[in-house]
Ligand binder design. Sequence first.
Ligand code: THG
Length: 366
Amino acid sequence: MALIAPSRRTRRTPFSDGVEAAGVKAYTVYNHMLLPTVFRSVVEDYHHLKSAVQVWDVAVERQVELRGPDSARLMQMLTPRDLRGMLPGQCFYLPIVDETGGMLNDPVGLKLADDRWWISIADSDLLFWVKGLAYGYRLDVLVDEPDVSPLAVQGPLADDLMERVFGAGVRALRFFRFGMFDFQGTQFAIARSGYSKQGGFEIYCEGSEHGMPLWNALFEAGKDLDVHAGCPNLIERIEGGLLSYGNDMTRENTPHECGLGRFCSTQTAIGCVGRDALLRVSKDGPVKEIRGVRIEGDLPPCDRVWPVMDGQDQVGQITSAAYSPDFETNVAIGMIRMTHWDPATDVDVVTQAGVFPAIVNETFWI
Ligand code: THG
């Protein structure tokens, strides 16, 4: 692969100097910003993530901030998840849908106050949709992207590292809750969350000038914990069934097809713009759905959609795949038609390097 040409459009983050000093080997672009994908190797990073603690520059998880009296109303317009019971200090994983029920994003929403919310977005320009709704409906709300950059601390030793920098109070945070914690006289929201199944935190670093001091403090405090720079890991996230917007799902998919029906309460999500469309499709259920797939053989990189075949019939597609050292097989995520989505169904996967036998699995992540 060639290099990414640096320019203003591929935005650096407040932690990029630290990422470079730590020897980043590859980037992708996500929300028009640099996201590291490899430090030592994907496999070495994977083993280290599952045994120690890593600091991740996930500033690409940009915040769409809603401020003002109509914030809660606008939030509920965006998602079929019922937000009425959500309290300040809670994070919610939120399917965001358009008027056809198509997925626009799958962010983590944070309720800071009744009239102040952050939407911590995946890779699509959600800001424009939210601004359009606010303007079109003449809502009394300000919508913008604040100078907030998440830094994740992930892995089994995450609590130990975080305690050293933020005090024992961070250990008390429950999953998908956040609180305010002091760092050198500045308050940051810190949540127990993150794009791995190894446990950990996300620090919402507010003010770019705090980026490198925060990065350095974590590495200084974690020397004897073998802390390393890391990043969302392809193998670990497939093992854990964490979906990637733009890869595993697009605007063509409903939340139900994505296995996100459990985050929808469409009946009571009054005001959601996709509500009528979703009520219609959720009545009978989807005809295709996200599944874990086990693929045999020496796979090429999954850099395109791989058709899933039963003889001459296409019965689905694979959109993420990698070899899992722990499971000793290739793990994959695909969208599989209902005729073939039962566990242990045999299929073939067509890649750029040939056809490979595969088994539609009980999801790895259950
Ligand atoms: N954290 C924050 N922002 C993000 C991500 C994140 N923005 C981009 C991207 N990741 C959004 N996608 C996801 C996907 C999965 C999860 C979070 C964000 C996730 N899912 C948990 C799971 O599936 O096990 C559980 C969710 C729940 O039970 O509520 O964490 O990672 N800030």
